[in-house]
Design a protein around this ligand. Structure first.
Ligand SMILES: Cc1cc2nc3c(=O)[nH]c(=O)nc-3n(C[C@H](O)[C@H](O)[C@H](O)COP(=O)(O)OP(=O)(O)OC[C@H]3O[C@@H](n4cnc5c(N)ncnc54)[C@H](O)[C@@H]3O)c2cc1C
Length: 411
């Protein structure tokens, strides 16, 4: 069941959907009288309990989450002819509301993003392939201009542009141009190889594609209904070789991977309409101003470490407006305000790889504030390690937290 054509894959998934629906109905009827054993990471593995397990169809992977991580991993599976089923419950919105920028330079410190070149080499063809698969444009290749606030910043920019890791991404000249409502006496520096992926449109189109191919369940993945065996897993009548958890900040509720140090950083963005400003580039000053077309812009973002809800706050709105007005004096109107939790990690590296004890379980998480660039790279690494082609870069591998897991289990 590993190599299927696109057409056969669709037929297979539709058949599987029908069987799954039948199983779920019978299972739900039976569960009113039948108490199912639970599987938790720290309890003995139960024997298969599903009363209709003989009807199970074997698939390659269950994927939990359809954000950038889930989409990127599904694409690895699809390209390699693997069968899969995706679950999503809309509990996290990071991908849906993100600014969508990809930018290989950290513009606060003028340092390169970790493995920027490798990330871009994977990400750009990845989004191009999705555009042809889904027949829609997602990757808008627009420049990013950093507004300088002093001569010192200009000098730091020149120095940065001469550094080996940064020279492909920094244009070492200072640009001067007029923008209505924006003063910039020290000019701007241009970052190269940047763009914006419309992550909201991408997620919508991809989920719709998964639904059409019968690979998507709009529901919560219930961890206590997962049976993990040495050679496979069973979940509500689906038998799979592996489960890949791509839940973003939702992973905090996952009893298998909750030992990992996923912190979560709340971010908020405003959408404004500025009738006199027509930018065809991203402007970075104290906040990003990201053009969406028709003189609408995303303004953001904030970073908050305590509040873990997806609810926009007045405090962040004021913070964003104060920062915007520090460099933009033109008229505008706020038309929307969104919030989400970035899946951030203390050491700023993704959480990718196999569970230390349950070899059928994997996670793809910790994409932080740069999911657009890093998700395709991390997904590819995970896929290749899973199928024995290459090991995961150690800095991203969850193996680095093995001792944390051991102390959690023994404690
Ligand atoms: C305000 C803001 C601005 C940002 N701007 C940028 C930017 O400009 N550029 C950039 O690269 N990155 C940006 N990011 C970061 C980016 O959004 C993330 O890195 C990325 O989207 C994370 O993707 P993910 O798939 O890991 O998580 P998510 O997008 O959170 O997706 C996880 C999915 O799993 C689902 N899920 C969770 N638990 C369960 C469960 N039990 N059952 C079923 N489904 C479940 C959720 O519903 C969700 O759909 C921004 C983030 C924020 C908040």
């Amino acid at each position: 069941m590993t190599h299927l054509t696109e057409h056969n894959l669709m037929k297979f998934n539709n058949l599987q959907s029908t069987i799954y629906n039948l199983q779920s109905t019978i299972y739900n009827l039976q569960s009113t009288t039948h108490h199912s054993p639970l599987t938790t990471p720290h309890s003995p593995l139960p024997t298969p309990y599903h009363p209709l397990s003989y009807l199970c169809l074997m698939i390659d992977c269950i994927v939990v989450g359809s954000g950038l991580a889930g989409i990127s991993f599904c694409e690895e599976l699809r390209k390699n002819g693997k069968t899969f089923m995706v679950f999503d419950n809309d509990s996290q919105v990071s991908t849906n509301i993100a600014g969508g920028l990809y930018n290989p330079v950290i513009l606060k410190r003028f340092t390169p993003v970790w493995k920027a070149e490798e990330q871009l080499d994977t990400a750009l063809p990845f989004y191009a392939a999705l555009e042809s698969l889904l027949g829609e444009k997602f990757d808008h290749k627009i420049p990013v201009y950093r507004r300088f606030t002093s001569v010192e910043e200009q000098n730091n920019w020149f120095v940065a542009g001469d550094k080996p890791g940064l020279s492909p991404f920094i244009e070492t000249s200072v640009h001067h141009f007029e923008l209505p409502g924006v003063e910039a006496p020290f000019g701007y520096g241009r970052v190269l190889q940047t763009g914006r992926v419309d992550t909201e449109a991408l997620q919508k189109a991809y989920v719709s594609y998964l639904q059409d191919t019968g690979c998507f369940r709009q529901e919560s993945f219930q961890y206590d209904r997962l049976q993990v065996m040495n050679d496979r897993v069973i979940y509500d009548g689906i038998e799979a070789s592996r489960v890949i958890f791509c839940e973003g900040f939702g992973m905090k509720k996952n009893p298998f991977f909750d030992y990992l140090p996923l912190n979560g950083t709340k971010g908020e963005l405003l959408i404004i309409e500025a009738p006199e400003l027509e930018l065809d580039f991203v402007l970075k000053s104290s906040v990003f101003l990201i053009p969406l077309g028709e003189r609408r812009y995303k303004v953001g973002a904030t970073y908050k470490w305590k509040d873990k809800t997806n609810i926009p706050t007045e405090e962040s709105r004021m913070e964003l407006l104060t920062k915007l007005q520090s460099f933009f004096k033109g008229p505008y109107e706020v038309i929307d305000h969104v919030a989400g939790i970035r899946p951030t990690v203390a050491d700023r590296r993704p959480l990718v790889g196999q569970h230390p004890e349950f070899s059928r379980l994997y996670c793809l998480n910790g994409l932080g504030s740069r999911g657009v660039m890093i998700a395709p790279f991390a997904a590819k690494q995970l896929y290749q390690s899973m199928y024995g082609q290459q090991e995961i870069v150690p800095e991203m591998d969850v193996e680095r937290y093995r001792s944390k897991y051991q102390s959690t289990v023994s404690g």
